[in-house]
Design a protein around this ligand. Structure first.
Ligand code: PLP
Length: 393
């Protein structure tokens, strides 16, 4: 079986993506095709599923610890895929990146402190800052000549005004940028100059198209390693989000201990047995599967780029991506309000995409489409969008 070509019905599995369409898109229509939340319609690598099945056969799920060989597997992965030398003593495990991010914000900033994000950006960044009583500061990305760039002048000004921490999204969801070394170096220079702690969410690190290369910002220098806390996980890469496993890389020993104290208080000294098994198997055996996945995603991306703008007479633009399985679409030429666009896509096109406005006001009248699906699903979605757009007066 080719796991990237065989369609597997995910309905009736309590899948957020497939079984919550009516609630999320506020529709009674059974026929809205879901290409929204960031998980994939592909099964995890066979080696991961085999390891989980073997563990389930054992049948006892008592408290499970993460030994040094598992930690070494993580370090080997980071060295092999990203050229980053990570000491296993820098690793802390946690159920999810958002759990870790919340813990880092609470540990290293005070209520009322400024925490900066680069909008449009992953929706929970907003709530994790605001709901922990911190002040959200936005440094919008600049959209110019079909691509997004960091606005360093604005960033420096906001650092100067007193930013305590910045949540970096690298690679960037939803715009698909894989930050270049020069961009990260400039950011690092400013973070060090103004003593801003970088909380680097690198969950999409493995999902990068050649010749782009993911560079962990903490790997730039020893100084930067100490100024950064990095959040990573095999869950996006290998489609394991439901198993809730992730890890934090903290080279600064004091910071690591402080964060572990808070995680332990919340009962996260121990983690989900099956998540640990899946992480270990994925990092040990997942290379070949991941390389094939990247080819499938890139092919899907090219498919959308080749069809959508041309078949809609340029009314829908696609922002080319360098990584992630998410693609950012520009619907502004339809001249609809943001609200009308959402209803149009659900009711006329019958596709369920993520509203660009959920990533910040810069995302209004943009949409995010999930490319990690079967070609038939994607083809159907593009057919529907094209037909609906071309029916507009
Ligand atoms: C940038 C980013 N961070 C974090 C997450 C979620 O990670 P977790 O499920 O480990 O909290 C996602 C999921 O799409 C994401 O895109």
């Amino acid at each position: 079986m080719d796991e990237f070509k065989t369609f597997i019905n995910r309905k009736n599995t309590n899948s957020m993506k497939w079984d919550q369409v009516k609630r999320v898109f506020q529709t009674d229509d059974d026929d809205v095709l879901p290409l929204w939340v960031a998980d994939m319609d592909f099964p995890a690598p066979k080696e991961v599923n085999d390891a989980l099945i073997e563990r389930a056969r054992h049948g006892i799920y008592g408290y499970t610890f993460i030994d040094d060989s598992i930690k070494q597997n993580v370090a080997n992965w980071l060295q092999k895929r990203h050229g980053w030398d990570v000491d296993i003593n820098w690793l802390t495990f946690s159920p999810s990146v958002i759990t870790s991010l919340y813990n880092a914000i609470v540990t290293f900033t005070e209520p009322g402190d400024n925490v900066l994000i680069q909008t449009p950006v992953y929706t929970p960044f907003f709530s994790v800052i605001k709901d922990s009583g911190r002040q959200l500061v936005e440094n919008p990305l600049r959209y110019e000549n079909g691509t997004y760039r960091m606005d360093f002048a604005d960033l420096e000004e906001k650092f100067r005004q007193g930013t305590k921490a910045m949540v970096l999204c690298s690679p960037h969801n939803p715009v698909g940028r894989v930050w270049k070394k020069a961009e990260l170096e400039k950011l690092a220079e400013l973070a060090l100059a103004y003593d801003v702690l970088i909380l680097s969410d690198e969950i999409h690190a493995d999902l990068v198209f050649e010749p782009n290369k993911h560079i962990p910002i903490a790997s730039l220098s020893e100084e930067m390693a100490k100024q950064t806390i990095t959040f990573m996980s095999p869950t996006k890469t290998f489609n394991l989000a439901g198993l809730h496993i992730s890890y934090i890389v903290t080279p600064d020993r004091k910071k690591k201990m402080e964060m572990e104290k808070l995680l332990a208080l919340q009962g996260f000294r121990m983690l989900n047995t099956m998540g640990i098994i899946a992480l270990n198997a994925a990092y040990e055996h997942g290379d070949r599967w991941l390389n094939r996945l990247l080819a499938v995603i890139e092919e899907n991306k090219t498919y959308v780029i080749n069809r959508l703008p041309m078949e809609t007479n340029g009314k829908v633009d696609v922002i080319d991506s360098e990584g992630t399985y998410l693609l950012w679409l520009d619907f502004r030429k339809l001249n609809m309000s943001d609200k009308a666009l959402h209803r149009f896509l659900v009711e006329e096109a019958k596709v369920g995409l993520n509203a660009g406005s959920s990533y910040g006001k810069e995302g209004e009248r943009f949409m995010r489409i999930n490319l990690a699906c079967h070609k038939e699903t994607l083809q159907e979605a593009i057919d529907r969008i094209v037909q609906a757009v071309n029916k507009l007066p």
